[in-house]
Design a protein around this ligand. Structure first.
Ligand SMILES: *Cc1c(COP(=O)(O)O)cnc(C)c1O
Length: 449
């Protein structure tokens, strides 16, 4: 008997049915396409919002809102309304503001693979990078260089370059950047290691991103960290695109410090509170200080002798935004119901499913190059498609009109990121089918010119 061939749609539906994480989707608000796209086709029946959910593949830029977040925020507004300043200590939901960060540090530490004492939730990413560099970048006459990526996220580059200037050094003689081989978009670990080795006697610090924002490459963090540390180099990581996306073991890998934002894969909302990791062996670093990093038992004695809380908490400056912190809590409560191992496992399958569909059809695949590593262990959730012949903007616009939310990086790249917490195989299928149609139309109208 002939084996029947399963259609890709049926495969997608089967994979969703088998997906042990599928129920998490219900815990999120999925935007409706009528909300953001002026030209988008409106629902025929306005009540029929359900079928007009966007296909949201942009969790690498701004994660979706957990349904539980709104109530958490309203709780805090109510406590503030009812109790005013007493909310710092007496809280009907047992979340006294004085220790509000303690509601999230445990799960945050799980997600990055750190001890709870090695993680603090504070501030925002770029500012935190500055504070951490103030503690960890201590250039000497012999060791002063910083190894970075050639295509670092601009905010990171500005932060690093301005730190160098701040120390009165010349960035052109201090910043050593790693570039891909000609014709390639991703960095080869061997090239990273040989550069480290070559520069070891004059390098003070290495600061890379865990997952590269543009290509989606997941660097071999453990190998790179150990190699650099053996050569006396301080190692820091920007985990903006890695946290909540890939499995991290910052403690075991011996990472000195790391920082991340929480509004991408961690779904804390726009401008959400950031996080830092400081390895327990590094918690005595000299630093820029504030009262929230001071020993809790004497914090309010208001004497001018700084006594740091041991661990990462001692790097805090200000009392954290309660609203931003509980907004993160809404999402971390969901993460606490699963594990990064499980999320990563689905994520690898989901992204590979997308990749397979994208390249299955020759007429579709000839329009772009996937610049993300093809090996699932070398990437996170994202695929970056580099479009040929200047068609990226047209493709992006057409996707938007179809209610598909992705992210563009001019001039030619569209980043697509299926997030395992809320995206489905069916959505991935629909995205690829829509893209096929869009490219067919664009190629057809291109032929007429
Ligand atoms: C998203 C992102 C940022 C954003 O910085 P903020 O300080 O949160 O505005 C910085 N660096 C990288 C690598 C990012 O991916």
């Amino acid at each position: 008997m002939r084996k029947s061939i399963t259609s890709p749609l049926q495969t997608a539906l089967d994979l969703d049915a088998q997906d042990v994480l599928h129920h998490f989707r219900d815990k999120f608000h999925i935007p409706t396409n009528i909300l953001y796209s002026e030209g988008a086709s409106k629902p025929k029946n306005p009540i029929d919002v359900e079928s007009y959910k966007a296909i949201y593949l942009c969790g690498n830029s701004l994660g979706l809102q957990p349904k539980s977040t709104q109530a958490l925020l309203l709780d805090e507004l109510k406590v503030w309304a009812d109790r005013g300043v007493y909310g710092h200590h007496e809280h009907p939901k047992s979340r006294p503001w004085i220790d509000i960060d303690q509601t999230v540090t445990k799960e945050m530490a799980n997600i990055v693979g750190g001890l709870q004492s090695e993680v603090a939730v504070m501030g925002t990413l770029t500012s935190n990078l500055h504070f951490l560099m103030a503690a960890f970048y201590k250039p000497t006459r012999e060791r002063y260089k910083i190894i970075i990526e050639d295509k670092a996220f601009p905010s990171d580059y500005y932060a690093i370059e301005s730190q160098v200037n701040w120390h009165g050094l010349d960035p052109s003689a201090t910043l050593i950047s790693i570039s891909p081989k000609p014709g390639s978009y991703v960095l080869d670990t061997r090239d990273i290691l040989s550069l480290i080795d070559e520069q070891k006697s004059t390098t003070a610090m290495l600061l890379l991103s865990g997952v590269q924002y543009y290509t989606g490459q997941f660097f071999e963090m453990e190998t790179i960290t150990k190699f650099a540390k053996e050569r006396g180099i301080t190692v820091g990581w920007d985990l903006a695109h890695a946290v909540g996306n890939v499995e991290l073991q910052l403690h075991d890998w011996g990472v000195d410090f790391a920082a991340w934002c929480s509004y991408k894969y961690l779904n804390s909302g726009p401008g959400g509170i950031g996080g830092i990791f400081v390895h327990e062996t590094q918690s005595n670093q000299g630093r820029l200080s504030g009262w929230w990093g001071h020993d809790k038992s004497t914090r309010f004695a208001m004497e001018n002798e700084f006594v740091a809380i041991p661990g990462a908490s001692g790097f805090q400056h200000s009392n954290p935004s309660v609203l931003a912190t509980v907004s993160l809590l809404g999402s971390l409560n969901i993460f606490a119901e699963t594990t990064m191992k499980e999320l990563r496992s689905k994520s690898m399958r989901l992204t590979t499913f997308m990749e397979d569909l994208l390249i299955a059809d020759e007429a579709t695949a000839k329009n772009f190059e996937i610049i993300t590593p093809r090996n699932p262990v070398e990437r996170g959730a994202q695929l970056s498609l580099l479009f040929k012949n200047g068609i990226m903007e047209d493709v992006y616009k057409a996707l938007e009109l179809a209610g598909i939310v992705v992210d563009k990086r001019r001039p030619d790249v569209i980043r697509v990121a299926p997030a395992p917490l809320y995206n489905t195989y069916e959505e991935v299928f629909k995205f690829v089918m829509e893209l096929r149609d869009i490219l067919k139309n664009i190629n057809r109208s291109g032929d007429q010119h």
